[in-house]
Design a protein around this ligand. Structure first.
Ligand SMILES: [Zn+2]
Length: 89
């Protein structure tokens, strides 16, 4: 079945159940109605991504390393200033 010229209109045919549904951007949902789109397994496929985010929380974030080297820099600066004061005194 070839797509008619008015295929970009508001109303579309669902590719699965052939029901008429309304959408301004039907290509975002692969020309599926809301019910068939929700039954697709891509919503379940998002769960492993959450697990990956949970695993990423265990990794030390970049802000911690920035703070770590910031403190190390302050300690080195204070140690060098202390040595200068000791030598001058
Ligand atoms: Zn459908």
């Amino acid at each position: 079945m070839t797509q008619p010229k008015y295929y970009k209109a508001i109303w579309h045919n669902c590719n699965v159940c052939r029901i008429h549904y309304m959408s301004d951007q039907p290509h975002l949902r692969a020309y599926l109605c809301d019910d068939c789109w929700k039954t697709l397994p891509h919503f379940r496929a998002q769960q492993p991504k959450k697990e990956n985010k949970m695993k990423q929380k265990n990794i030390i974030p970049a802000e911690t390393w920035v703070l770590f080297y910031f403190i190390v820099g302050i300690l080195l600066l204070g140690w060098s200033v202390y040595n200068i004061m000791v030598n001058e005194l």
